[in-house]
Design a protein around this ligand. Structure first.
Ligand code: NAP
Ligand code: MG
Length: 474
């Protein structure tokens, strides 16, 4: 096997301040009560910066700023709003190297992914919605659709900047203003984005970023002057938000968890399927809501496929996220590592067989080796609960009907994958899967023009595409 010399991206391409304020009404200010929290690099546990923690008065101030900005932003011609969004998209492209390094430092994801997946998709999302801003009358929501007002938006830590783009781009294109709360462990790229808003001369108050923990998010959701809540995160918190918004007249979209089935039929091209399985579960350390975390493989090819899969897993490089050859970076936080570790231990206790390739993990930081469990049954917790880490549960099936039944036997319904040589089988199976996105002979492919969202406990509402406009229009 080849060995690779270290090839680290330089971290000096991005400047990180020692402390950051809240971005409200176009300026960075400390929080009212002076509270701060630290964000760390999960690959080294080094503190990257101290960040202001927004309390209720800060959230009030941010919502007020957004309300004031809404007056003029919502009445600008769409073609004018588009100019700002195009400008933001271009600046993101120009500064993408800085942003990619920053995202990898704060989140732990490999630079290969932040540079080649996250950042291009972030820019594409702003370009895409910039294009809609002056065409809303032709989007199928009536001749003159109106924005909702102030959107309170809450995002998780797994794709910090990409989730920000999914939230902010459609909201601004449709004439809403926003208050966004990034996740506590990954606030830095959102604060960098705030600086891009200033660089683009976006009017103050159109975008406000309030950093903080879950409480900050709860204040924002409950604020009486917020018209729309958009949340991406766990089903548990999503449920809480749905309860607190019920009866208030606020509009709500929820993008929650998943436990996707990746189904491999006996006629599938094995090597291609193995690549799809690997990217399906090990992309972004498996911190992906639509990860292919349940492999359903047809019994007759299970042995052959698992042999190839294990061989391929043995070549995955785990380590320094800034190294250009790294495939699997750091787990985002100690808390997430503890959850992955606990569920994996339960998997072994419940009788599934655990396997990881030999790999040396760094001494400091949060790490988890790529892992598969075979002999998993539908009753096992690792087959039902979202692990949100680099852990794959393998189940087998004999007939297509059994594959469909097992795939749908989950409270979630965000995504699924089908691997087969037959187009007719793809169509037949895809139509029976209760999942928002079904990939065929590929996995984890995203495009701003394509709507994304869930069934059942994976949430409701769609982001992306023409559908994504609807959530921000009256
Ligand atoms: P989480 O705990 O639900 O956190 C998501 C966001 O909500 C964070 O910003 C969090 O702040 C905030 N928050 C926590 N409690 C809140 C409350 N009571 N009210 C308002 N906001 C609150 O989820 P996570 O563990 O960070 O993220 C992983 C989960 O997100 C997984 O289950 C994954 O499937 C899901 N996810 C779904 C999608 C999708 O598109 N469907 C995409 C990505 C992730 P703190 O950071 O301070 O806790
Ligand atoms: Mg961090």
């Amino acid at each position: 096997m080849f060995s690779y010399a270290p090839a680290p991206e330089s971290r000096s391409v991005v400047e990180i301040a020692s402390s950051y304020g809240l971005f409200i009404d176009g300026a960075f200010d400390p929080s009212k009560d002076g509270n701060v929290f630290k964000t760390v690099n999960p690959a080294t546990e080094e503190v990257l910066a101290e960040v202001a923690s927004a309390g209720s008065e800060d959230v009030d101030r941010a919502v007020d700023a957004a309300r004031r900005a809404f007056q003029s932003w919502s009445t600008l011609p769409g073609s004018e709003r588009a100019k700002y969004l195009f400008r933001i998209a271009r600046i993101i492209q120009e500064r993408s190297r800085e942003l990619a390094v920053l995202e990898s430092l704060d989140n732990g994801k490999p630079i290969k992914e932040s540079r080649d997946v996250d950042l291009p998709l972030v820019a594409a999302h702003f370009f895409y919605y910039a294009g809609w801003a002056d065409k809303l009358g032709y989007a199928g929501f009536g001749p003159d659709p109106k924005p909702l007002g102030v959107a309170g938006q809450i995002i998780p830590w797994n794709f910090p900047l990409l989730m920000l783009a999914w939230k902010i781009a459609p909201a601004l294109a449709t004439g809403n203003t926003v208050v966004l709360k990034p996740a506590e462990t990954t606030p830095l790229s959102a604060l960098f984005f705030a600086d891009i808003c200033r660089q683009a001369e976006l009017p103050p108050g159109v975008v406000n970023i309030v950093t903080g923990a879950g409480d900050t998010g709860a204040y924002l959701v409950q604020h009486p002057d917020v018209n729309k809540v958009a949340f991406t995160g766990s089903t548990e918190v999503g449920r809480e938000i749905a309860r607190s918004v019920a009866g208030t007249g606020k509009r709500l979209t929820l993008e929650l968890g998943g436990k996707a089935a990746n189904i491999v039929f006996d006629d599938a091209p094995i090597d291609q399927a193995v690549e799809g399985i690997v990217s399906g579960i090990f992309f972004n350390q498996g911190h992906v809501c639509c990860a292919g975390s349940r492999l359903l493989v047809q019994e007759s090819i299970a042995e052959e496929l698992l042999f190839s899969l294990k061989r391929r897993m043995s070549t995955l490089r785990v380590g320094d996220p800034l190294d250009k050859n790294t495939d699997i970076g750091a787990i985002n936080s100690a808390a997430q590592l503890a959850r992955i570790t606990e569920l994996s231990e339960i998997g072994a206790q419940e009788g599934a067989e655990r396997w990881s390739p030999e790999c040396q993990l760094p001494d400091r930081g949060f790490w988890f080796a790529p892992t598969i469990f075979t002999g998993v049954t539908q009753a096992h917790r690792i087959a039902r609960e979202e692990i949100f880490g680099p852990v794959l549960s393998v189940l087998t099936f004999r007939t297509p009907a059994e594959a469909v039944e097992k795939a749908n036997n989950t409270p979630y319904g965000l995504s699924a994958g089908i691997w087969t040589e037959k187009g007719s089988r793809i169509l037949a199976i895809a139509g029976k899967l209760r999942a928002g996105v079904v990939w065929a002979n590929t996995f984890n492919k995203f495009d701003p023009a394509s709507p994304f969202g869930g069934y059942k406990e994976s949430g409701y509402g769609r982001e992306g595409g023409r559908h994504g406009l609807e959530a921000y229009l009256a």
